[in-house]
Design a protein. Sequence first.
Length: 158
Amino acid sequence: MSLRSLWKSIADLHLLAIAINSYRAKLSGPLLDRIDMHVEVPAISYRELASSETGETSETVRARVDRVRARQIERGVRCNARLSCKELQSAAKLDSDGHRIMERAVERLALSARSIERVRKLARTIADLDDSSTVRGRIWPRRFSTDSLIGRWAVDFG
């Protein structure tokens, strides 16, 4: 790659970053507050893509989703996202680590009541995937962020 094409690539990336930041600035907090989860997906190298190793099959993932949905129906709800506040209190009981993590997140990230409720619903789903009756702190992600899409705040609980 010549120096000239390298500088052009850098300039193109800079312009792309400006465009992304401009678009993100247009998104309002209340709109972003309605997005349950942001997942950063790292780039995959060509070697990994071209590898003959395969990941999980769709059938395997589907079976896991069906198992979790069945568990949610046993609790009397269609899905965790539809839990009322009262149902959430009984269905998404936190263990001591869960309470500690949630308290730190609320203090450091100034989570709204809606955000707290949505985090607990998501944690309940993660617990369902882990076949756990309680929301244990150990299953929560190490890095907890209010808005990784625009990179506002993050807390590392590691």
